[in-house]
Design a protein around this ligand. Structure first.
Ligand SMILES: Cc1cc2nc3c(=O)[nH]c(=O)nc-3n(C[C@H](O)[C@H](O)[C@H](O)COP(=O)(O)O)c2cc1C
Length: 319
C-alpha cells in the first residue's frame, strides 16, 4: 500500500465527517474515522454504523475498528464494507487506545500486551477485508514493555499493509514531551511496510523533524489539527520548501464557520451545535474576544446564532 504523507489521525468525538472534510480541504491526504466498536457492529447498533459512514469529500478515508475477538473484528469489517455507500480505502485496527474502559475490555492498547492475539486479529481482518488492513499502535504498554517493533513485525507477518505508531506508551497517555521518536525509528527499521509517525506534531517543523528522525513515510496529526486544519497546508509547504503565510484571524474564523456548517449538515442543529462549541473554541484560541465567545456559544442552539458570535469576534465587537 502506498501511504499518503499527510494523515489526519483518528479522534473519537472530534474527527467526524465534518472535521475530516475540512482537513482534506486544507491538504490532509488521508483520513481515518473515529474508532468503531466491532462488538457494537456485531450487535447491529445503528449509531455505530453511522460512525463508519464516509462521504466523497473525506476520501481516501480508512474506517478504524477496535475489538479483541478475531471473529468479531472480521465480522465487523465484512458488515461495514457491505453497508458502506462510499467504500473505505482501508480498515485500521486500533491497538493504541489508552482509555481505561477500552483497555479493561481487552481492546485498544491492551493488545500490545498480547502480541499473539493481536496477530490473530490482524490475520482475521486481512483474510476478509476487500481493502488493505492497517494497524495503529503505541510504543508499548508501559516503559518496561516497549514492544512496538515486535508488534509491528507480527502485524506485517499477518498481512498488514501499513502501520501508524504513536510514540507514547499507554502509561504516558498524552503527557507532553513523552513521544519516543527512537521507538518509531526502530519500527521503521523492523518492517518493510510503510509507517506513519504520530505524536506531538503541532507545527511544520515538528513534522519535518519527525520524518527526519524516524525515517517514516508519513506523519499523522491529531491534536495539532484542532481548530487548525491549516496545519496540513503548512506541512505541505515546508515539505516542498515553499513559503507559507499563516491564515489571518479572519480566515481562521471563516474556516470555523465552514466547519460548523458541515457539522450541522451532517448531524442537524440539535446534535450538531453542542458538538460545534468545542471546535469554535479551538479555532478562536488566542484571539481577542475568544473568552467571551467561549462562554456565549454555550447559550445558543442554532447555527445562525453560532455564526453571529463568530462574526462578532471577527468584527472585534465582543467587548
Ligand atoms: C480526543 C482524542 C480522541 C482520540 N481518539 C482516537 C481513536 O478513536 N482512535 C485512535 O487510534 N486514536 C485516537 N486518539 C489518538 C490520536 O489518534 C493520536 O494518536 C494521539 O492524539 C497523538 O497524536 P497528537 O500528539 O498529534 O495528538 C485520540 C486522541 C484524542 C486527543
Amino acid at each position: 500500500m502506498e501511504l499518503k504523507k499527510l494523515i489526519l489521525a483518528p479522534m473519537a468525538g472530534v474527527a467526524d465527517g465534518a472535521m475530516r472534510t475540512i482537513c482534506v480541504r486544507h491538504g490532509a491526504e488521508f483520513t481515518v474515522t473515529e474508532m468503531v466498536s466491532a462488538a457494537a457492529v456485531y450487535y447491529k447498533d445503528k449509531k455505530t454504523y453511522r460512525l463508519a459512514e464516509i462521504t466523497q469529500a473525506e476520501t481516501p478515508c480508512a474506517v478504524q475498528v477496535f475489538g479483541h475477538d478475531p471473529d468479531i473484528v472480521a465480522y465487523a469489517i465484512t458488515a461495514l464494507y457491505e453497508a458502506a455507500k462510499i467504500k473505505p480505502a482501508a480498515f485500521d485496527v486500533n491497538m493504541g487506545c489508552p482509555v481505561k474502559k477500552v483497555v479493561r475490555g481487552g481492546d485498544g492498547s491492551a493488545l500490545m500486551r498480547d502480541i499473539r492475539l493481536a496477530e490473530r486479529i490482524i490475520s482475521a481482518a486481512v483474510k476478509v477485508s476487500p481493502v488493505p488492513v492497517t494497524v495503529k499502535m503505541r510504543a508499548g504498554f508501559d516503559k518496561d514493555s516497549i514492544n512496538a517493533p515486535e508488534l509491528a513485525k507480527a502485524a506485517e507477518a499477518a498481512g498488514a499493509s501499513a502501520l501508524c505508531v504513536h510514540g507514547r506508551t499507554r502509561e504516558d497517555m498524552y503527557k507532553q514531551g513523552t513521544v519516543r521518536r527512537g521507538v518509531i525509528a526502530d519500527v521503521v527499521k523492523a518492517v518493510n511496510i510503510p509507517v506513519a509517525a504520530n505524536g506531538d506534531i503541532f507545527t511544520a517543523e515538528d513534522a519535518l523533524s519527525m520524518l527526519d528522525e524516524t525515517g517514516a513515510a508519513a506523519v499523522a496529526v491529531a491534536r495539532g489539527a484542532l481548530g487548525n486544519p491549516f496545519i496540513f497546508e503548512e506541512i505541505r509547504a515546508a515539505l516542498g520548501k515553499k513559503d507559507y503565510t499563516p491564515p489571518t484571524d479572519a480566515e481562521r474564523i471563516e474556516a470555523a464557520k465552514e466547519h460548523i456548517r458541515l457539522i450541522v449538515e451532517e448531524k442537524g442543529e440539535k446534535a450538531g451545535i453542542p458538538e460545534s462549541r468545542k471546535h469554535a473554541a479551538w479555532y478562536l484560541k488566542g484571539m481577542r474576544g475568544a473568552a467571551w465567545a467561549r462562554q456565549t456559544v454555550n447559550t445558543v442552539s442554532t447555527e445562525a446564532d453560532m455564526i453571529k458570535i463568530l462574526d462578532r469576534v471577527s468584527e472585534g465587537l465582543t467587548v
